[in-house]
Design a protein around this ligand. Structure first.
Ligand code: PLP
Length: 420
């Protein structure tokens, strides 16, 4: 609504402030969803629970120092099954990374196929559904394996299910969909009950279509009124569609990213194929790390207690960003942002055509953000609008400075755009 003169004056004012920021020589990073140093300190005691005096036998008599136990320790399977809302017999405990398990699952499907289908590599024009904004590393896995990535718009209730149903019903070359159903990366939304029910009731043309249900943030609440995700496994069992979903989760953001425990959950049929694949790949996971995690976290009460400590450290950082955005951007029509109840991200939509410029300006003044476009397949945001902000890693004082600079850059980019 501003006149050209008003815009020019504002731009000059903002540019001056921007130069002042640049002169401060900031070096802040809000690019990746990494826990901050204080969060990592929360798990240091886990390193004390296992030492040369520890009993290294599992409850069923396996020596954890040796090979074996490909499915994981029974207690670890039980704990992760509870976390994921599954039964222990449907869960395999993997290594240190759920992304690794997702990659290996796609790789297995590519070369050997999943129950009901031929190897995916024999499907020349294979496609994968990518709800966007979404997690860049998901998209990259299927891009790497030569899938055409199809963008499905993310709505406040989850992926656009009308589109998902229509596409998977009619096209057998669509082999799967990426989902982060709770506190979605980056929009922070949790899929509605209806969305989960529609997923469980999908009738894909491809018999080997799979829902990759990456519940990375299943216990990562930030408020006293956490979102509740309907249990897809229960819904699938009601519908007789147990073979549709593949479940993933890890303790990366409960204990140590890169040194946590990951798990995969699936139906008997799917597990048989994947277990066989993993049998060639490894003689068993790191059971000492599983012992460490069990001794430290103990049970779901232990997990929730640990997550409360994480929350105490990161909720204030989310609040700082939200307060700063509210203070500096409300009513200006240059940005809309998410207010998640959990997870690791705030998703910001700036003025169309301004995301790349906003990120570039932030970088110039010393604040690194996730690359604009990263939340879309092929890293191409069709509207150049979405920016993922990750407030957990920098200390709180730095988060404030970074959020202020972000607001400045979003406004400056908007002025430039409107004056073009
Ligand atoms: N899935 C999602 C949605 C994530 O956001 C992340 C990390 O940011 C991961 C998976 C990575 O998990 P892991 O450390 O278990 O490989």
């Amino acid at each position: 609504k501003m006149s050209e003169k008003e815009l020019r004056d504002l731009k000059a004012e903002l540019a001056e402030k921007f130069e002042a920021y640049k002169a401060q020589g900031l070096k802040l990073n809000m690019a990746r969803g990494k826990p901050g140093a204080e969060q990592l300190a929360l798990s240091m005691k886990m390193l004390d629970v296992l030492n040369s005096q520890s009993d290294m036998q599992t409850s069923d008599g396996l020596d954890c120092r040796n090979y074996g136990g490909p499915d994981g320790l029974p207690e670890m399977r039980e704990l992760l099954a509870q976390m994921m809302g599954l039964q222990a017999e449907n869960v395999l405990v993997g290594g240190n990374s759920s992304l690794n398990l997702m990659f290996d699952t796609v790789s297995c499907a590519m070369t050997h196929g999943l129950p009901g289908g031929k190897p995916w590599c024999l499907q020349a024009d294979r496609k994968f559904l990518c709800p966007a904004p979404g997690y860049d590393r998901h998209f990259s896995v299927t891009e790497y394996f030569g899938f055409e990535l199809i963008t499905v718009p993310m709505l406040p209730t989850g992926p656009d299910m009308d589109m998902v149903e229509r596409l998977v019903r009619s096209d057998a070359s669509i082999k799967g969909i990426w989902c982060v159903p709770k506190y979605s990366n980056p929009t922070g939304i949790t899929y509605s009950d209806e969305t989960v029910r529609r997923f469980a009731a999908l009738k894909p043309a491809a018999p080997d279509f799979r829902i990759f249900w990456d519940n990375a943030y299943c216990v990562h609440d930030l408020t006293d009124t956490p979102d509740v995700l309907l249990n897809l496994w229960d819904e699938c069992r009601k519908n007789g569609t147990e073979d549709l979903p593949l479940f993933f989760a890890s303790t990366s953001k409960i204990t140590f990213p890169g040194a946590g425990i990951a798990a995969l959950g699936a139906s008997e049929k799917n597990l048989a194929v994947l277990r066989n694949h993993f049998r060639y790949q490894t003689i068993g996971p790191d059971k000492l790390n599983q012992m460490r995690h069990l001794a430290f976290l103990k049970d779901m009460n232990g997990v929730h207690a640990q997550m409360q400590k994480h929350r105490a450290l990161i909720a204030p950082k989310f609040e700082v960003v939200e307060e700063t955005f509210a203070e500096q951007l409300t009513g200006k029509g240059v940005a809309a942002w998410s207010k998640p109840n959990g997870g690791y991200f705030i998703s910001v939509d700036v003025l169309d055509g301004c995301a790349k410029r906003t990120v570039a300006l932030c970088k110039e003044a010393g604040v690194t953000l996730t690359g604009a476009g990263a939340t879309y397949p092929y890293k191409k945001d069709p509207n150049d609008r979405n920016i993922r902000v990750a407030p957990t890693y920098p200390p709180k004082t730095e988060v404030k400075a970074a959020a202020e600079l972000f607001c400045l850059c979003a406004q400056l980019a908007a002025c430039e755009k409107l004056l073009q």
